[in-house]
Design a protein around this ligand. Structure first.
Ligand code: NAD
Ligand code: MG
Length: 330
């Protein structure tokens, strides 16, 4: 699939988590020379070595690289850039992100000689790897923030192609659009919206006296079927597969639950993202040692739907319940 007309930069991948591992493996399989940069003794070092990569400290790994992909968690990227990347990257090299947060909100001001680009797969790392392995790909969006070489677009396309993204679709965007839509999507719809919708539906049924097991299957388990249909053919395909009764209920009750007031609050969420309030709060929370983050997380983990879900999923022996880092290997 890889187009021979595209450049073949020497790549250093800094970070070997969800995205880092998938990028490193896919790019290597697409014929790129890939080195991995990690803190010595860090949690993913052994994994990268076991996958056959040359692992060096971030400062060492980026010295010879034509392109450096920053795939550490967003909140440590500034430190990694300032301490390891900025002092060591070659003149005129390319700095790549998978999410524009640090550049868009000004936490990282990249060196003036560097090309600065973004390639963001629209899916988690495990899917980026799995789809590549079966000859498919996850759509990628890409953007150019700084083009000093005149070659930045070609580099972004080469990287996205190497990830397998070109097999699905590549769309050009800019750092602002990628960052703001990505944050909005995960907050309002994907992670925040979907989990809160499921928890609220579960609570309403259980508080009304229905069995938690039945409520679980109804509002969480069955969501997979619906989302699979969305993925295959949009809302149109979902409507084709559900009963007339379900369709009628959808039409009259969906807008009662997700009404104009919900949309209004979504706009407020978007505004906090656009004006930097969300990111300012997130940086402060991170720097304070994540007190609220840990509390919120604990509440999610202790929600009754998690207790009943654990019990019911134990009966579905085919489920892959391996931890995140092992799941990536699948
Ligand atoms: P992750 O938490 O899964 O992995 C982070 C990696 O960075 C690990 O290997 C960790 O050991 C390493 N690391 C942590 N601190 C480090 C440091 N100080 N120096 C060097 N290495 C360090 O991260 P992720 O979810 O893959 O996110 C990486 C980037 O990809 C982020 O910018 C994120 O927004 C973006 N992204 C993630 C997803 C996703 O599905 N997870 C999707 C699209 C884009
Ligand atoms: Mg995101």
């Amino acid at each position: 699939m890889t187009q021979s007309s595209l450049p073949k930069p020497r790549i250093a991948i800094v970070g070997y988590g969800s995205q880092g591992r998938a990028h490193a493996l896919n790019l290597r399989d697409s014929g790129f020379d890939v080195t991995v940069g990690l803190r010595p003794g860090g949690p993913t070092e052994a994994k990268a070595k076991a996958d056959g990569f040359m692992v060096r400290s971030p400062a060492e790994a980026v010295k010879d690289a034509d392109l450096v992909a920053v795939l550490t968690p967003d909140m440590v990227q500034r430190k990694v850039y300032e301490e390891a990347l900025a002092p060591n990257m070659k003149q005129g090299a390319c700095l790549l992100f998978a999410h524009g947060l640090n550049v868009h909100y000004g936490m990282i001001a990249p060196r003036d000689d560097l090309d600065v680009i973004l390639v963001a797969p629209k899916g988690p790392g495990a899917l980026v790897r799995r789809e590549y392995e079966i000859g498919r790909g996850v759509p990628c969006i890409y953007a150019i923030h700084q083009d000093r070489s005149g070659n930045a677009r070609q580099l972004a396309l080469a990287y996205a192609d190497g990830l397998g993204g070109a097999r699905a679709n590549l769309i050009e965007t800019n750092f602002k659009e990628e960052t703001e839509t990505d944050l909005f999507g995960e907050q309002a719809v994907l992670c925040g919206g979907a989990s809160s919708l499921v928890q609220a539906g579960f609570e309403v049924l259980v508080e009304a006296g229905y069995q938690p097991e039945i409520a679980y299957y109804e509002v969480l388990h069955e969501l997979k079927l619906i989302v699979d249909l969305f993925y295959e053919g949009g809302i149109t395909r979902m409507l084709e597969f559900v009963s007339e009764t379900a369709q009628y209920g959808d039409y009259v009750s969906g807008p009662r639950v997700i009404d104009e007031s919900v949309k209004q609050r979504m706009r407020e969420v978007l505004k906090d993202i656009q004006d930097g309030t969300f990111t300012k709060n997130w940086v402060a929370e991170y720097e304070a040692g994540l007190p609220n983050y840990n509390r919120y997380k604990q509440a999610d983990l202790e929600h009754p739907i998690e207790q009943v879900g654990k019990k019911l999923r134990a009966k579905m022996v085919w489920l892959d319940n391996s931890p995140k880092d092992q799941k990536e290997a699948a």
